[in-house]
Design a protein around this ligand. Structure first.
Ligand SMILES: NC(=O)c1ccc[n+]([C@@H]2O[C@H](COP(=O)([O-])OP(=O)(O)OC[C@H]3O[C@@H](n4cnc5c(N)ncnc54)[C@H](O)[C@@H]3O)[C@@H](O)[C@H]2O)c1
Length: 243
């Protein structure tokens, strides 16, 4: 059941060709939005080719789009050579410089460059919502993929840092923090291990899309949204009282 909550809105979703981004793009469309999908691997001619880690590409993309009401910075990868949900700990020395640069490029630079590119337009039009797909690994220490956990904590920090100060411009920024989600990032064997051996939930991407809609409606500045099993819960870090 959809309410048309995004009727007439322009929405951009990065990493929208697969998994969580694809489910969110479909939900935004169902809610009445015009949705632009940008992905490094577009799967149709309607999708825009974008490497989120390329700041010049961000500038060109934003110049080519109409004013955006919602920007969902969702593209992300695990450290090359790792599998999401693999609990085994690997020595940091096994993470090559190239793998480290790749994951920080997509998961952290991709979000930083995206926020930096879209903010001036939102400030000028007097409003908007930036939604970042972080992870539960952005709130707690996930063993195994240390670099992934570090990048997700970093983007949660970015959201918290900007949350209060963007309020005066009518711009909201918030983070989605899902647990394990059934997408190509978590191969089927890993999903089975997570549910059967670890006893943890693996949810459908549509559940994250539901949380995204709740976050957009709530406009809670600098908030994190925990999506764990059937639970969708808003979380706010302590206010340092600096804004
Ligand atoms: N699946 C999970 O369990 C899970 C849990 C928590 C958070 N997340 C996060 O959700 C987000 C989406 O992941 P997913 O699970 O849907 O994975 P996915 O692999 O299904 O989708 C990721 C998409 O991002 C795109 N992408 C990768 N690098 C890119 C780049 N440089 N520029 C543009 N697009 C790029 C991919 O082509 C793909 O379409 C990621 O940020 C991920 O870290 C996933």
């Amino acid at each position: 059941m959809h309410s048309g909550a995004l009727h007439g809105k322009h929405v951009l979703v990065t990493g929208g060709a697969s998994g969580i981004g694809k489910a969110c793009a479909a939900r935004y469309r169902a809610e009445g939005a015009t949705v632009f999908v940008a992905d490094i691997n577009p799967t149709s001619s309607d999708e825009i080719q974008l490497d989120v880690s390329d700041s010049a590409a961000w500038t060109a993309l934003i110049a080519s789009l109409p004013p955006l009401d919602v920007v969902h910075l969702n593209a992300g990868i695990v450290t090359p050579g790792r599998t999401q949900g693999d609990p085994s700990v690997i020595p940091l020395s096994d993470v090559t410089d190239e793998a480290y640069r790749a994951i920080t490029g997509v998961n952290l630079d991709g979000v930083f460059f995206g926020v930096r590119a879209v903010l001036p337009g939102m400030v000028e039009q007097g409003g908007g919502h930036i939604l970042v797909t972080a992870s539960m690994a952005g709130l707690g220490g996930m063993p195994g993929d240390v670099a992934y956990t570090a990048t997700k904590h970093a983007v949660v920090g970015l959201v918290r840092s900007l949350g209060a100060s963007l309020q005066q411009f009518g711009v909201c920024i918030s983070a989605l923090c899902p647990g394990f989600v059934a997408t190509p990032l978590v191969p089927v064997e890993a999903r089975e291990f997570i549910t059967k051996e670890m006893g943890l939930p693996v949810i459908e991407p549509s559940r994250v899309a539901e949380a995204a809609m709740q976050a957009i409606a709530a406009r809670s500045h600098g908030s994190q949204w925990i999506i764990w099993g059937e639970q969708i819960k808003q979380y706010l870090a302590p206010d340092l009282g600096l804004v």
